[in-house]
Design a protein around this ligand. Structure first.
Ligand code: FAD
Length: 378
């Protein structure tokens, strides 16, 4: 039996690594258990979009707090992880989309997030490489992009440097409540680990960890289909998206164009995911439709990753409804990279202070029971 940690974390994605760092910044003893390598799953293979724009109101406080952390990464973890505020431009296909963008602009303004609503002529002047098919768009200058490969490992390194016990290739088999916290059993290690508080940041496997405590939710799996081209001369400034989801495109500082659309397939039990050739071809066609100059650019590679998806498209972030001292953060449904830094900060606060100044009330696990009850009653 090891000593008792103030906080243990299951899962070394961005949420877990950030939680470890923030817990150490509060002076707590912290143990992070990662089955593979930190950032080896969704946090390391995603598209790299860092946007507040387009989020559900329940996520905006977290997104706002995360944006402040993204801007301060160099101070916090010693590297900016290629985070650049290139802006995020969301395009409207028609007048209905424009109305949606204007309504969202007003909602974001209440949260202190500023967007600029642009008409078709503005788009032509500011983004001449875009197809002329769009009715307008909404530009959020402080949104941007980062290199996902770098971020979770950098948080883990910073946490370790401050004294966090970060264990990679260390799979949690079982976790259970005990009289003074939690008992955690690890694969291939007879010693039981003890912690006073437990954070479940196990990504697409978060619901399986939660179920060990009787917290049952329907977390499905999704695998966004991603593509990258050869490097080309600077062309695309902001991170681009379109109302209704569809295609998203960004260009890195090295020149590669990264885009995504549609879904590949994932087998979370066997840790396997792969993009689908026909989806990749459709994504390439959609990218050319948005930015016609991509027509003769060489597509180098496609890939995907394993992401948890909740029925309402929102993550679970907050205390377990049944077990004291247990906190969940999983099921980010394709958009948890931007949120990760703040999710970790909030988890550290919940575990160590008992409360967080950041509102997460709309992300509580029991909202899913209520939604089910409403369906059953109606
Ligand atoms: C292809 C793709 C593109 C995406 N694009 C974007 C984007 O542009 N912007 C955005 O905001 N979001 C994006 N997302 C979503 C984003 O990547 C995820 O929401 C986010 O990274 C989730 O972070 P996490 O820390 O919760 O989970 P993960 O990164 O999945 O980490 C969970 C970790 O838990 C570990 N684990 C699981 N079970 C155990 C166990 N029993 N014991 C020990 N460890 C365990 C896993 O090995 C894993 O490393 C995308 C996702 C994918 C897959």
């Amino acid at each position: 039996m090891t000593g008792v940690f103030d906080m243990a974390i299951i899962g070394g994605g961005l949420a877990g690594c950030s939680a470890a760092l923030h817990a150490r910044l509060k002076g707590a003893s912290v143990l992070l258990l990662e089955r593979g390598r930190c950032g080896g799953q969704a946090s390391g293979v995603n598209y790299g979009g860092v946007r507040q724009q387009g989020r559900h109101p329940a996520e905006l406080a977290l997104a706002r707090r995360s944006r402040a952390i993204w801007g301060d990464l160099k101070n916090l973890i010693g590297t900016d992880c290629e985070f650049t505020a290139t802006g995020h431009l969301k395009l409207a296909r028609n007048d209905d989309d424009m109305a949606e963008l204007i309504a969202h602009h007003l909602l974001l303004r209440e949260q202190g997030i500023h967007t600029l609503v642009l008409d078709a002529d503005d788009l032509k002047i500011r983004f001449p490489y875009l197809s002329s098919r769009y009715a307008g768009g909404s530009f959020c200058a402080e949104d941007g992009q980062a290199n996902p490969r770098l971020v979770a490992p950098a948080f883990a390194r910073a946490a370790r440097k401050l004294g966090a016990d970060i264990r990679e290739n260390c799979r949690v088999i079982t976790a259970e409540p005990s009289s003074d916290g939690f008992l955690i059993r690890l694969d291939g290690d007879p010693k039981v680990v003890k912690a006073r508080r437990l954070a479940n940041t196990a990504g697409a496997w978060g619901s399986a960890i939660a179920a060990q405590f009787g917290d049952h939710v329907n977390e499905m799996v999704m695998a966004p289909n991603m593509c990258v081209t050869e490097p080309i001369a600077p062309l695309i400034g902001p991170n681009l998206g379109v109302c209704g989801g569809g295609i998203y495109i960004r260009q890195t500082a090295h020149g590669s164009v990264i885009f995504g659309a549609g879904l590949g397939i994932a087998d979370r039990e066997h840790l396997r995911a792969r993009p689908l050739a026909e989806v990749t071809m459709e994504a390439a066609a959609a990218a050319i439709t948005m930015v016609p100059q991509l027509r003769n650019v060489l597509l180098l590679r496609s890939w995907t990753g394993i992401e948890g998806r909740m029925p309402d498209g929102l993550p679970v972030v907050g205390p377990s409804p049944t077990v004291e001292g247990l906190f969940h953060a999983f099921g980010f449904s394709g958009h948890g990279f931007q949120l990760g830094p703040a999710v970790g900060a909030v988890l550290a606060e919940l575990c160590l202070d008992g409360h967080s100044p950041t509102s997460i009330s709309g992300l509580a696990m029991n909202r899913l029971d209520r939604a089910l009850a409403t369906v059953v009653q109606s």
